[in-house]
Design a protein around this ligand. Structure first.
Ligand SMILES: O=C(O)C1=C[C@@H](OP(=O)(O)O)[C@@H](O)[C@H](O)C1
Ligand SMILES: C=C(OP(=O)(O)O)C(=O)O
Length: 422
């Protein structure tokens, strides 16, 4: 573990911070490229623990993946075969690769970090069984005994625990003999922009997803077209840097911010505006300027749960109470994020209580102390945000940011020095 004294910098910062490619888009592009009818190129790929695990998993299954540069990957589909796959703590690997493994010839054994073994996984595995695959287990470790083909057809799942259950079935479903129809039955599906991203990227690969009802997705058996993928910057990873502008009353620009996107992180624009920041999207990118005062917020973050650690850190520094709702599913993320945020904010003298589906955070002056990351990259970056304006905050494991943003601490330091104005 790499303990880290969070830089204390309450004075307004001014920086341009370029962030690398989207984790979610990179891992979808890799899967679709591996299932495609010819070689594809992924440009602007994120290289991080989660995407490297996806690359290694697909390679182990028989896909050729060659680096043309660290962020440009040539993906050459090959016959898929049995192997061992390490999912680490990556939800995208553990929920997207089982459907690919079912298409392989041979046994594919999945395992991951200790903490990944408690992440919800049964829905994906039960669904694959119902679609004709031979699967042993209900959580990591589990084995998919691929027979080279999957019957496919209709399946009803409860996706209220994770949108990735739907995305994983859709990403592989075009290659199933009968395609796939996924019906959701249960509580609200979280993180729906991530399903929109899946649908949009499938369309780019020539696969149409019909939506006969809002929570039914249907794909006919269709070849997946080889294509060139241009990956957008990771907007969720941009949020701690934008939050730094908000808490210091400074200004941060993230270049390359897309005008239109399915990324959940785009909604930070609305949230920061509601919390009192000035937000401008123009040719330079997205610029957030803090006004020195942070308003509390009452928000349903169900669609954008990924942003919760950033928003909770801001709420802990705000001038009025906040209520973050619709995020019970965060208990199954990298760690139980509701418990982790409540514990860590309280440890620093703040007031943050868990509700059935979220957090209530009241404004109380914070003090320094040890902030635990729980192997969760976004918990680590939340600690960094608080440490900017609260002296003596120590993040116990800043290295965990490598899950999606290796070198975060260096980027944070160069932001404080003004970033890299182009
Ligand atoms: O499909 C994806 O790329 C993701 C979907 C979301 O998962 P949940 O639906 O489990 O929240 C999100 O939180 C995660 O970071 C990435
Ligand atoms: C929930 C997250 O990751 P995963 O893809 O592992 O579910 C996240 O990055 O916030």
């Amino acid at each position: 573990m790499s303990s880290w004294r969070a830089p204390h910098h309450p004075a307004p910062i001014s920086a341009v911070v370029a962030v690398p490619g989207s984790k979610s888009a990179t891992n979808r592009a890799l899967v679709l490229a591996a299932l495609a009818n010819g070689p594809s190129t992924v440009r602007g790929a994120l290289r991080s623990r989660d995407t490297n695990l996806m690359i290694e998993g697909l390679r182990a299954l028989g896909t050729g993946i060659t680096e043309q540069s660290p962020t440009e990957l040539l993906v050459e589909p090959g016959p898929l075969h049995g192997t061992d796959i390490d999912c680490g703590l990556a939800g995208t690997v553990m929920r997207f690769l089982p459907g690919v493994a079912a298409l392989a010839s041979g046994a594919v054994r999945f395992d991951g970090d200790e903490q990944a073994r408690v992440r919800p996984q049964g829905v994906t595995l039960d669904a694959l069984r119902a679609l004709g695959a031979d699967v042993e287990g209900s959580a990591l470790p589990f084995t998919v005994r691929g027979t080279g083909a999957v019957r496919g057809g209709e399946v009803t799942i409860d996706a209220s625990g994770s949108s990735q259950f739907v995305s994983g079935l859709l990403l592989a479903g075009a290659r199933f003999e009968q395609g796939v129809t996924v019906r959701h039955s249960g509580g609200k599906v979280p993180s729906t922009p991530h399903i929109d991203m899946t649908v949009e990227m499938l369309a780019q690969a020539g696969v149409t997803v019909e939506r006969p009802e809002p929570t039914t997705w249907r794909i006919a058996p269709t070849p997946v077209a080889a294509t060139t993928w241009d990956i957008e910057p990771d907007l969720s990873n941009a949020t701690p840097f934008l939050a730094a502008a908000a808490v210091t009353g400074g200004s941060v620009t993230v270049p390359g911010w897309p005008k239109e996107t399915t990324q959940a992180g785009d909604q930070i624009r609305v949230l920061l505006e509601r919390m009192g920041c000035e937000v401008r999207l123009d040719a330079d990118g997205l610029t957030v300027t803090g006004t020195g005062a942070l308003a509390g917020i009452d928000a349903d973050l169900g669609d954008i749960g990924e942003l919760t650690p950033t928003i909770a850190a801001l709420a802990a520094l705000a001038e009025a109470p906040s209520r973050l709702r619709g995020i019970a599913h965060l208990r199954g993320h990298e760690t139980d994020r509701l418990a982790a945020l409540a514990t860590e904010i309280t440890r620093l003298g703040g007031q943050c209580v868990e509700t059935e589906d979220g957090l209530e955070i009241s404004p109380v002056p914070l003090r320094g102390g040890l902030w635990h990351a729980y192997a969760d990259h976004r918990m680590a970056t939340a600690g960094a945000i608080i440490g900017l304006v609260v002296p003596d905050v120590e993040v116990d494991d800043i290295g965990t940011t490598a899950k999606t943003l290796p070198g975060f601490d260096g980027m944070w330091n160069s932001m404080l020095e003004g970033g890299d104005p182009r």
